[in-house]
Design a binder for this molecule. Sequence first.
Ligand code: ATP
Ligand code: MG
Length: 562
Amino acid sequence: MSDNSNHESSNFIRNIIKDDVKNKKNKSLVHTRFPPEPNGYLHIGHAKSICLNFGIADDFKGGLCNLRFDDTNPAKEDPEYTDSIQQDVKWLGFDWSDRLFYASDYFEQLFEFAKQMITNGKAYVDHLNADEIRDHRGTLTEPGKDSPYRDRSIEENLSLFERMRAGDFEEGECILRAKIDMSSPNINMRDPAIYRIKKAAHHRTGNNWCIYPMYDYTHCISDALEGITHSLCTLEFEDHRPLYDWFLDQLPVTCHPQQIEFARLNLNYTITSKRKLNELVVDGSVSGWDDPRMPTIVGMRRRGYTPESIRDFCSRIGITKNDTTIDVGVLENCVREDLGGRAPRVMGVLNPLKIVIDNYPEDKSEQLDIPNHPNDPTMGERKVPFSKIIYIEKDDFMEEPSKKFFRLAPGKEVRLRYAYYIICNKVVKDDSDNILELHCSYDPDSKGGDSPDGRKVKGTLHWVSAEHAFKTEVRLYDRLFDDPKPDSNKHENGWKDFLNSDSIKVVKNAFLEPSLKSANKEDFFQFERIGYFCVDSKDSDVGKPIFNRTVSLRDSWAKKQK
Ligand code: ATP
Ligand code: MG
């Protein structure tokens, strides 16, 4: 056993499993599962569960992790989602091998088990309607009341249940319930529903069924049938654990997995609810599940997040029993760090200011050798053209510079990154006082951006040669919500009021260095001094990549929050 995890630091669940393995529980086997409901795209919260379940399987010798679709609610499920979920799990770097399962594969078995429970006096068909069932359920402080149908005979129950399956009843007319205890202090144990009637086609079983098993019943049995040893789920299922165990105790299954709960991931400035994310897609607040502002795996991928950065994030936040909220800045830092080490550096000007270098020959241009990464020579060099007319960022010039402004200003000298020193001689304006261009001169002895005689300059600017620049669209993304808790209770109805109106800015004509013209979909770069960018995978064409800003170089929100 490789109990020293390479993937993640230790946590309480790993410790439990380590002990189980040591004590030869489950013959020292470790078998987990990731059980999404295919009713939406996976989001960053699911990544936490994926990294935990698949990570544990990877860390223990012979460990296995199943991918299982919990597809018991035909109305909301769709093959679009089963496809995307598989792609996302793979992209995150995990592999279920040949262990892809569907709860719907067990429908027949689940039905047989339900009949067995009836036969053993542990389940009954209830004809109370939904309102009556609610009235009978009681409250946290008061016990429930038995249904008048609770003591139907086994024969009657069996026949009614078969008729439910045959479609003899309408939706809501009756349900199959477990017969446990209507006065249990745990409401989940007050005769929970096992089967409900739903006359809807299922994405895999078509119209074979008009009754569908409930989650609590299906989940534990699916786990047991697959030989799961540790069933890891989020804290809201803690109160369901007695029911999980009760069902398995009633049934002739040889495997009884141990359910262990952990805290779900909450991120500030972020919504992690499939229902609400779906609402944003449907009402057009975003362009789709893969909008680069979405916290979905497909959205983050399109935004430029790497699988490595997401896995690193999941490992940093750890696994605990306490519900906490993580600062989304932690996630952003993970991608900054990952890309910082390996994204090629390039130059691009988003908001151009024209510079004419008066003493640079009219018809000359040269190819400068520029390293792709300042700290990693193995990443090589590329050629970047330089010529008489260049663009710099508008922000990098001030006609009347404030004291701490060390970039370009009249009479001031700066370094053009990896190129030359230039000094600003003249500002040319139009009639309404707008700056049209600057006239500068360069020092030919400063080639490469090195000081020719020991004289120092404080500012270093990025630039592109005007004649050679590759013009393309650049999209500047920011957080989708501008409130740290958009879906807290106090905002229950208004969570959409907290959508950040500045979450996307489109620069139609950015001027980028020409090497970027041949960038491929999903390639990532650091635009020097601006941020990390990747090639949009959807709207880019060959020879015309469009760039998405993944994250700025520094966290501008930390300041704002203070
Ligand atoms: P949502 O609230 O987004 O609809 P869900 O829990 O209904 O999420 P499922 O498809 O049932 O979505 O989730 C699959 C697995 O992912 C479950 O084991 C669930 O506990 C886990 N999971 C979902 N959201 C989170 C989260 N925010 N943090 C950690 N695990 C999560
Ligand atoms: Mg769910």
